[in-house]
Design a protein around this ligand. Sequence first.
Ligand SMILES: [Zn+2]
Length: 485
Amino acid sequence: MILSSLLAIAIAPTSILIQGGTIVDGTGKPGYRADLRIEGTRIIEIKPNLAQRPGEKLLDAKGFVVSPGFIDAHSHASGGIMSEPTAISQLTQGITTAVVGQDGGWSKPIKQAFADYASVKPAINFASFSGHGGIRAAIMGNDYKRPATASEISRMQALVEQDMKDGALGVSSGLEYDPGYYSNTEELIALNKIAAKYQGMYISHMRDEGDSVFKAIAELQEISNKANIPAQISHVKLATFAVWNRANEVNRITANPPFTADVYPYLYWQSTIAALTPSRDWKDRKIWEKGLADVGGPQNVRLSTYIHNPAWAGKTLDVIAKETGKDAISIIQEILEKTQGEGGESVVVTAMTEPDLEAFIRSARTMFCSDGNIGGSHPRGAGAFPRVLARYVRERKTISLEEAIRKMTALTARTFQLKERGELKPNYIADITIFDPKTIQDHATPTDPTKLSTGVKAVIVSGQITMRNGYLTGARNGKMILRGR
Ligand SMILES: [Zn+2]
């Protein structure tokens, strides 16, 4: 009995052959026809006309593209994965790795966070930054509306150092949010010096993405310079009227090392309502007059969630104004009075232009992200990657298919030091997405934000077929990816 089952294991084929597809390997080089064999967790050969071995699993990829699994450079899937470990909204986009710990988010050392994610056996891989904002909150508690003292900074550094030892990719910040908003440049430089010591990087949701975005980029450059660390602009955008049509100026900065950026393919952002203005003088009507004018008016601001009055959720501010007989500014102030800017509401705001977005999409060192979560209220959580391939590759031809795949895979893996991932190459880990370039399509919209994408045929995560013919197989083989390891 024991002997026969051992024998069964010994002869059981562990290899998978992907036959007949077009290989788009992630490096940007033109796609070519070849077959690809996986053994265990790794790719072992990529050649034309490989024959199926006896008992070998076969995936027919005729007419489809075979590419490295997509890496989501800025993901918020870490929350939802605990209750939705199958990650169907990511797999149907072709995403095999979510890079989390973004915007300064941090609730515990990443060693523990990784243990949490691993405990639910996630279907996709995770890599993580060490979040400045959460670390700041852990050290300063509620008394955070001031610069940190030297001793507080050194305690923050100790937490970053531990995370770096445990495989963090670097430090993230979210400087439009509490408590990161109250930190000064010196504090950010101090933490980044620790990340630099471990060859990590800095990634930032900067202080401003509107009128003062160039000042915010200058701060990112200063931090990079003084801490001697590569730096990435998170979800790069130009989100107010005053800075529209200046994408080329941003691209001139991110075109060269040590800078990079990530971008999601939508003209609307999602955040808290306070993000409509960089000011914290919320009682002043003037800041809201400007905040609303900057994004084209209250009809461009959709309240996507609001726990204090769910009936308002899903409506734009002009509609709520009409229904209540109040003006849009009073509504914003009423919401903030209830939430104190600490959550409980979110808005989806149409504030970017297509020419700027397309300029970012074309920029060579700008990679793709979703900035989405699982079950979130912005459609990017379920549609970002297919939307790039449908709208910006197939329909508008903004960039080539090979270039889009490079920005979803190898560029990201190399920048973040995700070793042996992000390319189709012998001995690399077999994270693979197979999709139909003619039909891949996002379906999520602001009013139906979790509708799943279609066109991804199969997904392999660390050598296991996790999605096949568009259906989940039940495999949940996601790994915790540590920087450089
Ligand atoms: Zn962000």
